[in-house]
Design a protein around this ligand. Sequence first.
Ligand SMILES: [Zn+2]
Length: 279
Amino acid sequence: MRYFREKDALPIALACGVLLMLGWFTLTIAQLEQNSTQAESDLTQASVPVLMYHHLLPQDALTGMFADNNVAVSVEQFTQDIATLKAQGYHTISLRQLDDFVQGKEELPGKCVVITFDDGYLSNKIYAMPVLREAGYTAVIFALTGWIEEHPQEFRAAGLQYLSWPEIKEMKDTFQFASHTDNLHELSWNGKGKLTTVSEGELTEDVARSVKKLQGTQYFSYPYGHYNDIAKRVLAQEGIQLAFTVEPVNVRAGDDPLTLGRWDMYQYSIEDVLAQRRQ
Ligand SMILES: [Zn+2]
């Protein structure tokens, strides 16, 4: 069966050619626009993603209490996240630089990211440190200082060990250490972090103790991301400049420095997070 006669072929071919040209032109313009938007945001980043991890274990060790547990991300996933950041030209910045950015004092050139770990697990040293060093990256550990050990512990994948003070000293070229309270990492009867239910006096003592053990820090992350106005006031009084929640949003200039967002990397993929950059 013939769908069109031969003498119709030329006008049809011409019409197709014109349509193709128009299509190509439109696509090219769209591409140019996209490229220029990307070039602009590469020069000055509008917002900074802050990534949050906790414990790391090899995929085949994510069994028992660590199977589908949001405290643990696989070493393989972490390594891939870092490789993706590296391949896309991201560099890590310190919390001091992030502080300047939030206050509008500093524009951040290029693509910046902050990598954080909560609690202070030994697995951060065993698995994260070599990957970060290889990439030339730095990260932050928000340590639950009351749980940090006096002496290094033996690593056992079946348990959950904390870092020790001598190890923390040795890790300072890769990690900046900050506070995750001294000993307020519990949920209260109402399902809220203990930090929001203890008295103001008890909270002040806990934060002061944690800051002192770290020989002074201006940075803090709220256990479970729970906070209230009293907690913010206490942190400010104790000299904390930046405090992090678990709200999944990038950090922007002008944000409230005591309620900055972070991306839980158990829940979100690195692709999800980086897609937020231009928003
Ligand atoms: Zn925690």
